[in-house]
Design a protein around this ligand. Structure first.
Ligand code: UD1
Ligand code: UDP
Length: 358
């Protein structure tokens, strides 16, 4: 039996294709949700829209400092695994829930499979970089999305077996887009005819007031008006830094609450371009049914494939430089490639086939 661990919005989205595949092949599994994300719009909305079975364990770890959140997850995941006695624990990505799941599993002597293994930003300020490095070295099965990710794992001599599978987020984009186009009404709520889409939530960005002031200037001066689904972490920081009111009053920015997956897919598909520090969005823009230019508001990326394929540009954090990059792009919009560097939408199928043979 497999324990599928999720904790945050992107893990639910990226594990959904695997859960569907496990159901299709009648494999026995349990969903263990740490509760790192707990608001309806960051968690339950995805279970409902992606048609996932209710979590078998909801561990309610909630928010906290890095150590507190990771430690609480570690303790509660161990209890859940002891109750279930799985043969394999499956984790996805690089959150604190992922590291806790891998560590709890390894310490109980249970095999761990890491989906989206091998990503590296080489930016040790990021909690995600600690989590992904440690998880890769605790896992027996490493599902690398690309050859580049697999080569990172081999360079570090991980002890587990490495497989190149593509990224399950492309499966999700292909699978859910038709439903999203049918059901989402988000475009009726967008104030602008043409719009850019923005998201931001990385701790090393939004917890730094200097960076937040720069982001606010980028959004308010962006040559295309911006629709901005606001992550709760970022809302809190904008408020603390006295920036939320000014941003909300800008004619150039429409702040909305975080949206469900269907609405977000439709926003990505219909926007002019994207401004983000998100990881998953850098991959989704390369999906054949999205194909969008993304400006990555960060100093580095663990997803260089999206840059090499011409979809993403890492533009840094300086407002003037970011605005110049946007202006330059709008002055010479290029054709984006058809090939997707993250696979053809069968990553979950490949991963579950490997699990069956294992
Ligand atoms: C976490 C992950 C990040 C991932 C992101 C996906 C880590 C270290 N970070 O970041 O890798 O990209 O999820 O969105 O694991 N909050 C709410 N409601 C919620 C959840 C959080 O209001 O349901 C607020 C709380 O104020 C909390 C803050 O957001 O303190 C940060 O939440 P947390 O889960 O610690 O990190 P994220 O920034 O969401
Ligand atoms: N997303 C969403 N609603 C939103 C913002 C993002 O459904 O309001 C989706 C997005 O399509 C992607 C995932 O959430 O699949 C990315 O999550 P996030 O940026 O929070 O985390 P990261 O990928 O950086 O870990």
């Amino acid at each position: 039996m497999i324990c599928v661990v999720v904790g945050t919005r992107p893990e639910i989205i990226k594990m959904a294709p695997i859960v569907i595949e496990l159901q299709k092949r009648r494999k026995e599994f349990r969903i263990v949700h740490t509760g790192q994300h707990y608001d309806l719009e960051l968690s339950q909305v995805f279970f409902d829209q992606l048609d996932l079975p209710k979590a078998d364990h909801l561990l309610d770890i909630g928010s906290g400092t890095q150590a507190n959140q990771t430690a609480t997850a570690l303790i509660r995941l161990e209890e859940a695994f002891l109750r279930e006695g799985p043969d394999l624990i499956l984790v996805e990505g690089d959150t604190n829930s992922v590291l806790a799941g891998a560590l709890a599993g390894a310490k109980l002597g249970i095999d761990v499979g890491h989906v989206e293994a091998g990503l590296r930003s080489h930016d040790m300020r990021m909690p995600e970089e600690h989590n992904r490095r440690l998880t890769d070295h605790l896992s027996r099965l490493l599902f690398a999305p690309t050859d580049w990710a697999a080569s990172n794992l081999r360079k570090e001599s991980v002890w587990g077996d490495v497989f190149v599978t593509g990224n399950t987020v492309i499966d999700a984009c292909l699978h859910y887009m038709p439903l999203a186009l049918k059901e989402s009404e988000i475009l009726e709520k967008v104030k602008y005819d043409e719009f850019a889409l923005a998201t931001a939530h990385r701790a090393e960005n939004v917890d730094d007031p200097h960076v937040m002031r720069s982001f606010v200037r980028i959004l308010t001066k962006c040559p295309t008006p911006v629709v901005y689904p606001l992550h709760p972490r970022t809302r809190k920081r904008l408020k603390e830094q006295g920036l939320l009111k000014g941003l909300s009053e800008s004619e150039n920015v429409q702040i909305i609450p975080p949206v469900g997956y269907f609405d977000f897919l439709v926003l990505m598909r219909n926007c002019r371009f994207i401004l983000t520090d998100s990881g998953g969005i850098q991959e989704e823009v390369t999906a054949p049914n999205i194909r969008k230019r993304v400006f990555v508001l960060r100093l580095s990326t663990e997803r260089p494939e999206a840059v090499e394929a011409g979809f993403a540009e890492v533009v840094g954090l300086n407002d003037d430089e970011v605005l110049q990059s946007i202006e330059a792009y709008l002055g010479r919009p290029e054709q984006l490639r058809k090939e997707c560097p993250y696979g053809s939408g069968n990553a979950a199928e490949r991963i579950v086939t490997i699990l069956e043979r294992d």
